[in-house]
Design a protein around this ligand. Structure first.
Ligand code: CP3
Length: 348
C-alpha cells in the first residue's frame, strides 16, 4: 500500500468523518478559542508568560493546545497560535494588547511590495514544531486543526492597524485603492497557502481559514475582493487532501456566494439557523456551528434547550460539526462547556 493510503487508515475520527460528510457514531464537537482565558490552567500559565512567548515556545504552545482536550472529551484540537503570527514572521511589527495592534499600518503599494515572501520553516519554525509536539501527545488521537486568517480578515488588521467595529480604513481602502487592495490580498493569499501547506506537512490533519470580518462587506465587495483571494488559497491547499474549513463570521448574506467555493466545511455564526445555512450551501458542504457563545451563561436546562435547537436545525444528514458561532467568551464557566460537550455526545 502506498504511504498516502497507509496514512488515511488512522483511527476513525468523528470530526474528520463529519468534515467529509460521512456518517458518524457520535456528533463531533470542538469549540472556537477552546484554548484560552476561560480555563484556569491557561490563566495560570499566562500569569507567568506573555501571549507572544506562549505562541513562540513550542512546549508551551503545545501544552496550551492540549489543555482543553485533557479537561473535556473534545473531538478535535486546534493549534494554539494567532492569525497574526505568520505576519509577524514576515516582519510586520505588532503587539498583542490583547488584540493585535500593527505598529505601522500597510497602505501603500511600496509597503505591500516590501512585504517579504513567507517561508514557514525559516520564519515561523515554532508553529511547525508545536504541531509536531501536539501530534505526539494529543489525547484520544484527536485530530489537530491548523489554521490561518483568511486574506481579507488579515487585510483588515494590516490596513487599520487595530481592531475596530467598522474597520473604516480597511473598507475605505477597497474603494479608494482597489488595485493595491487586490495586490495585498493576493500576497496574503500566497503567504497563507504556503503557511497552511507547511502546517499540513508538519502534521495538521484539517486546515481552517478564519474570515472573521466577512460581515463588513456587501456581496459585491466580498465577491470582488475577499472571494478571489480565499479561492486562491483554497486551490493551493486542495491537493493536500486534508479537509478544508472556511469560517465565515456574520456572513449570512454571503452564503449563496460561498456555496461556489471548493471547501469541505463552512463554519457559521449563530445568526442563521443551520437548516437555512445548509439549504443555501447545498448538499456538497459540511457545516460547523453555531451555538451563540452567550448560551453557555444560561442555567443548565436552558443551555441544553439551546444546544438541542442547534442539533434540530442541523438535521440528521451527515456533515455537521458542533461548535459555537464564534469564540468562547473569557468569563465562561468551564463546567458549562463540560455539560455542552456531554450533551452533544449523548445526542447523535
Ligand atoms: O481557538 C483556539 O483556541 C486557538 C487559538 C487562537 C487564538 N486566536 C488565540 C488567542 C485562534 C484560532 C485565534 C484566531 C484569531 N485571532 C482570530 C480568528 C477567530 C475569531 O475570533 O474571529 C482573530 C480575529 C484573532 C485576532 C485576535 N487575537 C484578537 C481579536 C485577540 C484578542 C481578543 C481575544 O479574543 O482574546 C487576540 C489575542 C488572542 N489570540 C488571545 C488568544 C488566547 C488572548 C491573548 C491573551 O491571553 O491575552
Amino acid at each position: 500500500m502506498s504511504e498516502r493510503g497507509a496514512e488515511t487508515r488512522v483511527p476513525a475520527s468523528a470530526f474528520l468523518a463529519a468534515c467529509r460528510r460521512q456518517s458518524v457514531a457520535h456528533r463531533p464537537i470542538w469549540i472556537m478559542r477552546q484554548a484560552g482565558r476561560y480555563l484556569p490552567e491557561y490563566r495560570e500559565l499566562r500569569s507567568k508568560v506573555d501571549f507572544e512567548t506562549l505562541t513562540r515556545t513550542p512546549e508551551l504552545a503545545a501544552e496550551v493546545t492540549l489543555q482543553p482536550l485533557r479537561r473535556f472529551e473534545l473531538d478535535a484540537a486546534i493549534l494554539f497560535s494567532d492569525i497574526m503570527t505568520p505576519l509577524q514572521g514576515m516582519g510586520v511589527g505588532l503587539t498583542f494588547e490583547p488584540a493585535p495592534v500593527v505598529r505601522v499600518p500597510v497602505r501603500t503599494r511600496a509597503q505591500i511590495e516590501a512585504l517579504p515572501t513567507l517561508e514557514p520553516a525559516r520564519d515561523v519554525p515554532f508553529v511547525l514544531e508545536t504541531i509536531r509536539l501536539v501530534r505526539r501527545s494529543v489525547p484520544r488521537a484527536a485530530p489537530l486543526i491548523g489554521f490561518a486568517g483568511a486574506p481579507f480578515t488579515l487585510l483588515c488588521y494590516l490596513v487599520c492597524g487595530r481592531p475596530s467595529k467598522e474597520f473604516a480604513p480597511a473598507r475605505t481602502f477597497l474603494f479608494a485603492q482597489p488595485q493595491e487592495a487586490e495586490r495585498l490580498l493576493m500576497r496574503l493569499a500566497d503567504a497563507m497557502a504556503a503557511y497552511l501547506t507547511a502546517q499540513a506537512a508538519a502534521g495538521a490533519q484539517a486546515l481552517m481559514l478564519f474570515e472573521s470580518w466577512a460581515g463588513l462587506l456587501g456581496v459585491r465587495e466580498y465577491t470582488r475582493f475577499a472571494l478571489p483571494a480565499v479561492r486562491h488559497t483554497l486551490a493551493a491547499l486542495k491537493p493536500l487532501g486534508v479537509p478544508l474549513i472556511y469560517y465565515l463570521n456574520q456572513g449570512s448574506a454571503l452564503l449563496r456566494t460561498v456555496a461556489g467555493l471548493e471547501v469541505d466545511v463552512v463554519g457559521v455564526d449563530w445568526r442563521s439557523p443551520l437548516s437555512e445555512v445548509r439549504a443555501l450551501l447545498g448538499p456538497d458542504k459540511a457545516v460547523q456551528g453555531n451555538l451563540d457563545p452567550a448560551a453557555l451563561f444560561a442555567p443548565p436546562e436552558e443551555l441544553t434547550r439551546a444546544a438541542a435547537g442547534v442539533l434540530t436545525e442541523a438535521g440528521n444528514a451527515p456533515g455537521h460539526i458542533f461548535n459555537l458561532g464564534h469564540g468562547i467568551w473569557p468569563d465562561t464557566d468551564p463546567d458549562a462547556v463540560a455539560r455542552l460537550v456531554d450533551f452533544v455526545h449523548e445526542h447523535p
